[in-house]
Ligand binder design. Structure first.
Ligand SMILES: NC(=O)c1ccc[n+]([C@@H]2O[C@H](COP(=O)([O-])OP(=O)(O)OC[C@H]3O[C@@H](n4cnc5c(N)ncnc54)[C@H](OP(=O)(O)O)[C@@H]3O)[C@@H](O)[C@H]2O)c1
Length: 309
């Protein structure tokens, strides 16, 4: 094998939904040497075909050790503090993981000449006039979105080869099902006959984790730079997406209770209407997203395979 042509890629947040899908996408790619990293032990079921190192991205020394151990050509940073209300309630932790950590990775990317691919969010926008393209002006409204936007700005000013991939509500099946997402939460709540309050006046484009992972991999392999909007093709209200999940899995919609953003009164302010214009990702990253219905079929098949295993 010609070692010169092998790309060395670090994927942070490898125990998370997106991180895990990127690991599965890349682990058997002969053009890639892969380092997965998360906090604590590796919780991804298949541990073959890549290395794993525990690293707290909020700790400058640990980040430096990770880079020193692997000397990457590229890093895909999916790790973050992603719980929007928790960020509102613990602002220091949100800053540590969504801003300081990015700073540490930038410093190390400079040292090793690495390409930095960073995940960000539709929440950098205020939701007044979605869907948004890459040129739209961010106006973050919550602490989570402010920290994610700060991370973006650090990268934009870094002088590195950087790529920011913004996405929207990620759904899919993860090996370690500790954390839920829109589809799994709806399915399990309705199966258990639990009442759920679901927002009527927020609009999003649910994104299949595998589709997003493919776009991240493509960005790494093509060394894409700049901002990319990568989300599902269907923009719908959250309640419509939840009802679609219920219909698809044949579950009773009587447990779904409509509620407005104002009535729900969550700690962090959410944008009302996002959704992305995804033409640039389709053009440059071979992004071919599944429709939400196709995505649900995909999830159903994965859940069936998981049950068989
Ligand atoms: N999920 C969405 O709907 C959504 C929407 C828009 C944008 N995004 C962005 O997309 C990216 C990926 O999201 P996701 O849904 O895959 O997130 P996720 O499932 O919450 O994964 C994030 C990962 O980061 C890890 N992490 C947390 N603190 C860490 C630390 N100090 N050091 C190292 N790792 C740490 C978590 O580890 P543990 O598993 O051990 O806690 C987790 O595995 C994030 O940047 C997020 O901001 C997500």
């Amino acid at each position: 094998m010609n070692m010169g042509s092998v790309k060395k890629i670090i994927v942070t947040g490898s125990n998370g939904l997106l991180g895990q899908k990127i690991i599965y996408n890349l682990k058997d790619n002969e053009e890639v040497e892969l380092m997965a990293t998360g906090i604590g032990e590796n919780r991804t079921a298949d541990k073959s075909g890549y290395q794993y190192m525990s690293c707290d991205i909020g700790d400058a020394e640990q980040v430096a050790e990770l880079f020193e151990a692997f000397e990457p050509d590229c890093i895909i940073n999916t790790a973050a503090m992603t719980n929007v209300d928790a960020c509102e309630n613990d602002k220091d932790k949100a800053h540590r993981l969504n801003v300081s950590a990015v700073e540490y990775m930038i410093d190390n990317c400079k040292k090793y000449g690495a390409h930095f691919i960073h995940l960000s969010t539709d929440f950098v926008f205020d939701g007044e006039d979605g869907p948004y393209d890459e040129e739209a002006e961010p106006n973050p409204q919550s602490h989570y979105s402010k920290t994610k936007y700060e991370g973006e700005k650090l990268l934009m000013a870094s002088g590195l080869d950087w790529c920011i991939i913004r996405t929207i509500i990620i759904y899919g099946v993860v090996d370690d099902m500790q954390r839920s997402n829109l589809v799994l939460w709806t399915k399990s709540s309705l199966e258990q006959g639990k009442d759920i309050n679901v927002i009527t006046d927020q609009f999003r484009a649910p994104t299949l984790s595998e589709d997003l992972a493919q776009a991240c991999v493509s960005a790494a392999m093509k060394k894409a730079t700049g901002v990319y909007h990568v989300a599902g093709p269907d923009i719908m209200s959250i309640i419509d997406s939840v009802k679609m999940v219920a219909d698809f899995f044949g579950l009773d919609k009587k447990y779904i209770h409509p509620i407005t953003t104002a009535e729900l009164n969550q700690a962090a302010k959410r944008p009302l209407k996002t959704g992305f214009i995804i033409d640039k990702a389709k053009r440059d990253l071979d992004y071919k997203p599944h429709s939400f219905l196709e995505g649900l079929k995909f999830v159903k098949q994965q859940l069936a395979e998981k049950e068989k295993a």
